[in-house]
Design a protein around this ligand. Structure first.
Ligand code: ADP
Ligand code: MG
Length: 311
């Protein structure tokens, strides 16, 4: 069953200037992307910084205005103006943010941080609320004794677990995780990612994971969309993307993933150099005259790439 379906999503920001704040132009942060996520699966949005990943995620949960397109969640179009009425949807989709240092209010106790969504949506007695928060802390592997502590008393990995506890408090269906481990040390990254996967099994969650790191996306995702300047350059299953990449941009991103095996590093740097050479020599033909990706063309039922006509 399809849980979320995004159709030709565009998010353009006006550039204003001058004394009267008149419109000078627009930034096409997201310029027509489409994808869908099946229930229980993990979809990855990947691309370099500024490619429009965060804007896409924020638009889906209503933190950015949508210029055009559809965001179907069940049978509701979240792109519609009256989305404030979608109380259920606001429970069902939660977000985990990049930075566990700034996303937790330093002046609030863990109890108040995790209870915040519960207070917005459920009427619990103080005793019942504390019980739920303790339960959530245990679920994310933290001691239930910590409810009166403050965020600075925790490590980065623990803070990210607190953010996860808050996100799952209302038993959401979809979690959007924007660079969920980028602020963490490498060793802690793997722990948090594996924990997110366990939690997915346990709670039957569906994930949209946003990351600039294709290695993380490969580890976590069933389907992948690769963004470049607000558009998709390629989209497919993880196997389509890694075993049969079509676009020069995708090939270059893949060779840029660091290899853990030192014996492979020399080979990998050759591959990386070859991918860069191909990219530089084909750039003009593989992007349009504005340097943007072409419309996607089907390679197979699951795989699409932004290749030029006849290319
Ligand atoms: N509120 C905003 N106003 C104007 N431009 C924005 C705004 N938010 C993001 N942008 C621009 O949109 C583009 C995409 O940004 P973003 O979605 O944050 O990319 P990513 O998450 O892939 O790094 C960038 O050029 C960014 O500067
Ligand atoms: Mg971002």
């Amino acid at each position: 069953m399809t849980l979320l379906s995004v159709e030709d999503l565009k998010v353009h920001f006006d550039i204003r200037g001058g004394l009267f704040g008149t419109k000078k132009g627009s930034i096409k942060a997201v310029d027509g992307i489409s994808f869908s996520i099946e229930q229980g699966q993990t979809y990855g949005l990947v691309g370099e910084s500024g490619s429009g990943k965060t804007t896409s995620g924020r638009a889906i949960i209503g933190l950015n205005n949508i210029t055009s397109g559809k965001v179907m969640f069940g049978n509701q179009d979240l792109a519609q103006k009256n989305r404030k009425d979608f109380v259920d949807v606001r429970r069902d989709i939660q977000m985990i943010f990049q930075d566990p240092y700034s996303s937790l209010n330093p002046r609030k106790r863990i109890l108040d941080i995790i209870a915040e969504p519960l207070r917005n949506f459920e009427r619990l007695s103080p005793i019942e609320e504390k019980r739920r928060v303790r339960e959530l802390l245990e679920q994310v592997g933290l001691s239930s004794e910590t409810i009166y502590k403050y965020p600075h008393e925790f490590s980065g990995g623990q803070r990210q677990r607190i953010g996860i506890a808050r996100a799952i408090a209302l038993k959401p269906k979809l979690i959007i995780a924007d660079e969920p481990v980028s602020a963490l040390d490498l060793s802690v990254q793997a722990q948090v990612l594996n924990f997110l996967r366990e939690l997915q099994q346990e709670l039957k969650l569906t994930y949209l994971i946003i990351s600039h790191d294709l290695g993380i996306i490969r580890h976590m995702c069933d389907h992948i969309g690769i963004m470049y300047k607000g558009r998709y350059v390629e989209q497919g299953t993880t196997s389509d993307i890694f075993n049969n990449p079509q676009h020069i941009y995708t090939k270059r991103l893949i060779t840029a993933i660091p290899d853990i095996d030192p014996l492979q590093r020399a080979r990998q740097s050759e591959l990386r150099a070859a991918a860069k050479k191909e990219y530089d020599s084909l750039y003009k033909s593989q992007f349009d005259e504005e340097g943007l990706a072409f419309p996607l063309r089907s390679i197979s039922t699951t795989h699409k790439a932004a290749l030029p006509e006849g290319g």
